[in-house]
Design a protein around this ligand. Structure first.
Ligand SMILES: [Fe+2]
Length: 279
């Protein structure tokens, strides 16, 4: 199975630079012709504040020919409880309903070529929303029924290098769900794919492969974000073989521009106050 993975597109009518980068990604994906496209969240620049951005994003992404499976991010539906003080509003069930109305299910499952693919809404984690428990129960049932390798997709990465050594920080899934998920995946062949950090990274953590997808939209400079992986804009191709082997490649289409978020106060006015160089 051939998948194209896009993430952190940050689409909005005002975000012309980010919209253009996703158009470049779509051009590339259309030529590659995958079986499906997975969006790992932060589809919108700030749907959590302005839900009209969902319809804009839906229109932009409708040019994709392959089936599209989206997941929500903190910029779409708000954030799970922050450990270090998240900048986005708190998770909102109303925003999630609006996200689903425009972009489809936020939790999904399909099986193909011996693999089970599961999309999770990481913004429900530790939210206390009744859907959090339902999602956890659903996931346990799906994993119990799955035979063969599993690919799990969600917006926030589970861990940096080890679940117990990963800080309680909005960059990662909160500690409780992180530990439960890691435990659920123990002893199986699993690939965990996330977005959110705007960096590409690969690690093997407690027996599972962890893959971070880059943003198509912009980079977050070292002055405001540590370098944990590869800071490049782009997308990933992911090929899943029936024997459980997988292969991912990062692609940066020629027309895609490596924007720096600090250069885009038209989208995020707050960046005007942030430092441009590391102290
Ligand atoms: Fe995010």
């Amino acid at each position: 199975m051939r998948l194209a993975l896009i993430s952190d597109t940050h689409l909005a009518p005002v975000a012309a630079a980010f919209n253009a980068n996703v158009e470049a990604a779509i051009d590339w994906i259309e030529a590659w012709a995958p079986d499906a496209v997975i969006h790992l969240g932060d589809v919108t620049a700030d749907g959590a504040e302005d839900p009209a951005q969902f319809e804009h994003a839906r229109r932009v992404l409708s040019r994709l020919s392959a089936p599209l499976h989206c997941l929500p991010g903190n910029h779409d539906v708000g954030d799970c409880p922050p450990a270090g003080g998240a900048k986005e509003p708190a998770f909102s069930p109303r925003r999630l309903a609006q996200f689903r109305g425009a972009l489809g299910a936020d939790q999904w499952w399909f099986a193909r070529d011996g693999w089970t693919l599961i999309g999770l809404n990481s913004q429900l984690f530790a939210s206390g929303d009744p859907e959090e428990g339902l999602q956890a129960e659903w996931l346990e049932n799906e994993l119990a029924a799955a035979r063969g390798p599993v690919a799990l997709f969600l917006h926030k990465p589970l861990a940096l290098d080890h679940p117990d050594a990963t800080p309680d920080h909005p960059r990662f899934a909160p500690p409780g769900p992180r530990r439960r998920l890691t435990h659920l995946l123990e002893g199986r062949q699993a690939l965990v794919v996330s977005g959110h950090v705007h960096q590409h990274r690969r690690r093997r953590i407690v027996g599972a492969d962890h893959l971070w997808a880059p943003s198509t939209a912009f980079l977050i400079p070292d002055s405001i974000q540590p370098r944990l992986g590869d800071k490049r804009v782009g997308l990933l191709t992911l090929e899943l073989a029936p024997d459980g082997a997988w292969r991912a490649e990062m692609v940066t289409p020629r027309a895609m521009i490596p924007h720096d978020v600090l250069d885009h106060p038209e989208v995020y006015p707050q960046v005007a106050d942030l430092p441009r160089s590391s102290m």
